[in-house]
Each structure stands twice: as C-alpha cells, then as structure tokens.
Ligand binder design. Structure first.
Ligand code: PMP
Length: 386
C-alpha cells in the first residue's frame, strides 16, 4: 500500500522549485520601527502596526489590568461564559468611531470576514468580489455557497456589467471589496461602488483592515475618507493593525449586528476575545480619538518616502498607492527574494511577496508613524542599488 501522506513531500518540493516556499522568521523582543530580527537589528518596514501602538505603554497597562481583573482567558463563547462588560465597551467605542448604530467584535479579522459573509449569503445569492480581495473575504465567499463572480480589480464598469446581466437571477446580492488593498496599497472607489449598489439593490461589505486608524479625519477609515459615513453598508476591520491588539469587528445597523450575533458561526462557536486583547483595543481607540498627531505623522512619513522616491529613484517601478503600503514591482519571485535578502543584509526588513499571494512578485514596504526621517532615507539609499 502506498503511503497516503507521501504526496505532501512532493508538493513541498514543487513549492520550493517555484521559489514559493515560506518560513517564519523570529523577531526577538517587541515591535517598533527598529526590531531585532534573528539577532540582527533592522529597520522595520514590514509591520502593520501603522501608528506604533502595539508597544504603547497605555495599551500594555490596559491589557495587564484586564488580566488582573478578568484572568487570561475568556473561558467560553460570548453567548455562554465569555462575555464581559469590556466587550460591550469596545463594541460601543467602535460603533462611535464608525458612527454606526452598533458593532460586534470577533476573535480575529479573518473570523469576522468568514462569519459575516457566510451568515449573509446563501446558495440563492450572488457575490461580486474584487479579484484582489483578501484571503479571508475569498474564503468567506466559498463558505457561503453563493454564486461568486470575481470582477477585475477596481473595475466599476465590469462590476456594473455583471450586475446588469446577473442581478435579477438571484435573491440577494453582496458586493465585497477591500478598502485599502493590502498587497498593492491602492483604495477601492467606494462612492462609485455604493452608487451602483444602490441602483441594483445590492448590499456592500467593505474590509477596512488597513484603513482603520489610518484613513479619515478621525481615523474611522476609508468610509470616512470618502465622506460615505451614514450610507448603508457593512464595514469590517481588524483590531490587529493600527489598533495594535488582536481581534476583528463588524460595524453597521443594529439589525445587521443583531443578526450576526444569531447567525455568524465564527462568533457563536468560538471563544470570546481575550480580556487583554479587548482592553488593549479599547485603549487604542481612545488614543486614536485623542492623538490625531500620530496619524498626521504617519501621513507625513508616507509623503516623505514618496517624494524621495520620485526625486531620487524615478526608474523604480512602484505600484500606485494611496496608503502607507508601497510596493516595488519585480520581474520574478526569484528577483523579489534576492532583493528582500539584499535589503536584510543592509539592515532593512521589507518582505518579498510572491505568487500565489499576489499575481506578480514585489517588495512590500509599510510605513509607521514611529519611523524617523533617517529610517526612510536609509531605505531610499538602499533601494538605489537594486
Ligand atoms: N482583511 C485584510 C485586508 C487583511 O489584510 C487581514 C490581515 N492580514 C485580515 C482581513 C484579517 O485580519 P486578522 O489579522 O485580524 O485576522
């Protein structure tokens, strides 16, 4: 009898041959603009900690206090023993930031997306999903059993054509899009998407994972940035990026949130967000509200890097970006790996992102509010030689 697991090694060999193999790298110590990567001090252009809050003392104290009061684990699902007042406070704070009627927190952004989509959509429904959407959105779509059409990235005309041709054949329709595309750094055309959705009676789910705390005057995300607050839509996001904690959220109407509490399996059947993560996220929202200068510093850093690249590296192929995510396009996965290695040797951590995560290989650079000008200058000097 053949070993039924032998295909695993063969599959791994194929992954290696394509230069698609991934492995973890150990960060020693905490997060920040400069980190210790496997014993070497590097400038960190790989983090989603956009506002530098993951190491903020106030978040740490909030988490420690919550552990002292409630313990380390939440011990059960929200509907059983897991629910604390702290969860309610966090959900109210998110709803207030987002200016929605209500909000619900999940134990991760990934769980928020798969739970929400599979709760809202069934076999008789249509999903229109941007081809570059995050993996969690794509997996939510698969779990929902709905009919999915992946429309070309940010192509409003293609989206409209699909709606004209297909909408009437389905019970309900959901348009799904990232607001900041995590591997490219561009934004979705949200006002146009909402207009089309209204015209065709479709729901819209927008993933604000990389926009929460980053975009909009108050850090409420892309929906605020585009002046779309108050319009009917489903907003999700994560507590793990600019908010420096862990967990995910959905914000929207009270009927939407009530429905999710009754129908989202990844909320009902999983252990509630831990007290420490909940308290840290709550502290982060308070800081986002009271310290807009952090967000302003982040955007100054973005503008500084873009200007330096424009003036010094005009030949560098940068994907169009309107966010703190900047991608340098490279010809192949091998090239991306080599450039990533070269950057690391020069004490810069900016990872190679390759297929199948993205269609074309690239180096992904993310900026933080805590980067100093010298960090950004060093990055540009180093990129000069690639
Ligand atoms: N959506 C997007 C666009 C993301 O980038 C991520 C995280 N990489 C998620 C959802 C999932 O969020 P979390 O890490 O909280 O599970």
């Amino acid at each position: 009898m053949n070993n039924p697991y032998s295909w695993l090694e063969k599959s791994l060999e194929t992954i290696h041959r394509a230069d698609w193999y991934r492995s973890v790298q150990t960060i020693q110590g905490g997060s920040g603009a400069v980190i210790n990567l496997a014993g070497k001090e590097v400038i960190n252009f790989a983090s989603n900690d956009y506002l530098g809050l993951a190491g903020d003392t106030r978040l740490k104290i909030a988490a420690i206090n919550a552990i002292e009061e409630f313990g380390t684990g939440s011990t059960g699902s929200r509907l059983l023993t897991g629910h604390r007042e702290l969860h309610q406070e966090l959900e109210s704070a998110i709803a207030s930031l987002k200016q929605t009627e209500d909000a619900i927190v999940f134990s991760s952004g990934y769980l928020a997306n798969i739970g929400t989509i599979s709760a809202l959509v069934g076999k008789r429904d249509l999903i229109l999903s941007d081809q570059y959407n995050h993996s969690s959105l794509k997996n939510g779509v698969v779990m929902s059993g709905g009919c999915v059409i992946n429309y070309p990235h940010n192509d409003i005309q293609a989206l409209k054509t699909q709606l004209i041709q297909k909408r009437q054949n389905y019970r309900r329709c959901l348009i799904i899009t990232d607001s900041v595309f995590s591997m490219d750094g561009d934004l979705c055309p949200l006002p146009e998407i909402l207009n089309i959705a209204e015209e065709f009676g479709s729901m819209v789910l927008v993933d604000e994972a990389h926009a929460t705390g980053v975009l909009g005057k108050n850090g409420a995300g892309c929906v605020e940035h585009f002046g779309c607050r108050g319009r009917e839509l489903i907003q999700m996001g994560t507590l793990s990026k600019a908010l420096g904690s862990l967990g995910g959220y959905v914000a929207g109407s009270s009927s939407l949130i009530d429905f999710l509490r009754n129908r989202a399996p990844s909320w009902i059947y999983t252990t509630a967000l831990s007290p420490a993560d909940t308290a840290a996220a709550l502290a982060a929202i308070e800081i986002i509200k009271n310290e807009p200068q952090r967000r302003m510093q982040l955007w100054e850093n973005v503008e500084y890097l873009q200007a330096l690249i424009r003036n010094n590296l005009p030949k560098l192929k940068i994907l169009p970006s309107e966010s703190p995510i900047l991608c340098v396009q490279l010809a192949s996965a091998t090239d991306a790996l080599e450039v990533g290695k070269y950057l690391k040797e020069a004490s810069i951590f900016a990872p190679a992102i390759r297929p199948p995560t993205v269609p074309t290989s690239r180096i992904r650079i993310t900026l933080m509010a805590t980067h100093q000008q010298v960090h950004i200058e060093k990055l540009v000097e180093t990129l000069h030689y690639i």
